[in-house]
Design a protein. Structure first.
Length: 431
């Protein structure tokens, strides 16, 4: 019976992780339709595929194959790690779940719902920040509703209105009502289209990141000697997206030429890679090493490697995500991430262990480096860029005093005592 419910547990953990079915399928190299059959317990799963899915979901494979007891205890452990102002008796979790399985189930269910709602809030907050079409549509709906309310208030509060003005107000109400209906239909249609399996918003940067993600951020043709111009970009619809992709591919090409794949494979197979040592070994800057490590094929590194690049304004230029990592693509990002702090210390490599707040705590090793992308003439300041390599730490301790505590953005960060906070959080009371 336990094995027959593995698909249900995969679906539950995927939803908690905030992953779409198509996204998880792509990451493990299977079709979305096959994953759908697995999640509905119509296909048995095991071996490498189970291990790959567990790795993406950042759980032990046994958690997906064992019974409700393991799932329940794991959920309670996550809830204890996120407890605000409380110290739960973690050693007694199994006893608690055994003596009070009903209450334990209620607590785990509430924790999962809180995590899911926080993810929804983060997603919607980020989307409202950077999606110009959505922001414009919402503004149109609210503006039209305000106009209708204003006109209706005049008609209701004014005792005597000349027939000519009364007819004019009625016409305005009718026109505004039609405008509100049209803009509402347009907004609903846009939201329905945006919830497709591809989840493509039409934003060029997101299209480029999806293109790189589909290729697992590795391009064998460039490794074999081809140039960036020879990579097929036909699947990118807009000229802007193709221009951005070509720019990133040229950087990838330069990194590949500076550190050949065979040489870095030999270097990282000996021990956990140290970017500073690799930079000295290959006589390149740290930024080149960080980008190169993030572009290595799966299996070269013992841990997944994500990447974030930004410019001196703090605008995120490119993101390669890793499981559990959350950073808004556009604006209002937490300034405590090392990628931004490196801009205050250009040419100085930074290494920090970071705990990300705002959901089930995730711990990462981060390496950041800022460098002058362009230097002008006399009396002109350099234009800086910054890059950060992110690697998840499975055995990290979220409450360790030595780690840096960051959030996705102030709006959805629970750390109310943070000195860098720009605005109050809309979530629960913080730490």
């Amino acid at each position: 019976m336990r094995d027959k419910l593995t698909g249900s547990r995969i679906r539950e953990r995927r939803q908690i992780a905030g992953l779409r079915q198509a996204e998880l399928a792509r990451k493990v190299g299977i079709s979305a339709s096959y994953l759908n059959l697995i999640e509905h317990n119509r296909r048995r799963i095991g071996g490498k595929l189970l291990v790959d899915i567990a790795a993406v979901l950042m759980v032990e494979p046994s958690l997906l194959t064992q019974g409700i007891e393991a799932t329940l205890i794991s959920a309670l452990r996550e809830a204890a790690a996120e407890a605000v102002g409380q110290q739960a008796e973690v050693d007694a979790l199994e006893e608690f779940a055994g003596r009070f399985p009903g209450w334990a189930g209620v607590l785990a269910q509430m924790h999962r719902r809180v995590v899911s709602l926080e993810r929804t809030v983060e997603t919607l907050s980020d989307r409202l920040t950077h999606d110009p079409h959505l922001a414009s549509s919402v503004h149109e709906v609210l503006s039209t509703a305000a106009a209708i309310r204003s006109t209706a208030a005049i008609l209701a509060d004014t005792q005597e209105i000349e027939p000519e003005w009364q007819d004019r107000f009625h016409r305005n109400l009718h026109q505004d009502a039609e405008r509100l209906a049209d803009s509402s239909k347009s907004l609903v249609a846009y939201l329905d289209d945006s919830d497709s399996a591809e989840d493509r918003r039409g934003v060029p940067l997101e299209d480029v990141e999806a293109f790189f993600d589909a290729r697992e951020h590795h391009f064998p043709e460039i490794e074999d000697g081809k140039t960036a111009d020879q990579v097929d970009l036909a699947e990118l619809d807009s000229t802007t997206a193709r221009t951005l992709a070509l720019s990133f591919l040229k950087t990838y090409t330069a990194d590949a030429r500076a550190i050949p794949l065979a040489q870095i494979k030999a270097a990282v197979s000996v021990a956990e890679p140290d970017p500073a040592q690799l930079a000295a070994q290959f006589s390149v800057d740290t930024a080149t090493v960080l980008r190169r490590l993030a572009a290595l094929p799966k299996g070269y590194l013992s841990r997944p490697a994500g990447l974030v690049m930004c410019d001196a304004s703090g605008s995120v230029l490119f993101t390669k995500p890793v499981p559990g990592f959350a950073m808004p693509r556009f604006g209002e990002t937490c300034p405590l991430w090392p990628v931004f702090q490196a801009l205050n210390r250009p040419l100085v490599p930074i290494r920090k262990r970071v705990v990300q707040l705002g959901r089930a705590a995730a711990v990462f090793d981060c390496y950041a480096y800022a460098w002058p992308q362009f230097v002008g003439g006399y009396d002109e300041g350099p234009v800086y860029r910054s890059v950060m390599l992110i690697q998840p730490v499975e055995d990290g301790q979220p409450n360790d005093k030595t780690v840096s505590r960051v959030g996705p953005s102030c709006r959805v960060c629970p750390n109310n005592s943070c000195e860098a906070r720009r605005e109050p959080s809309i979530l629960r009371e913080g730490f």
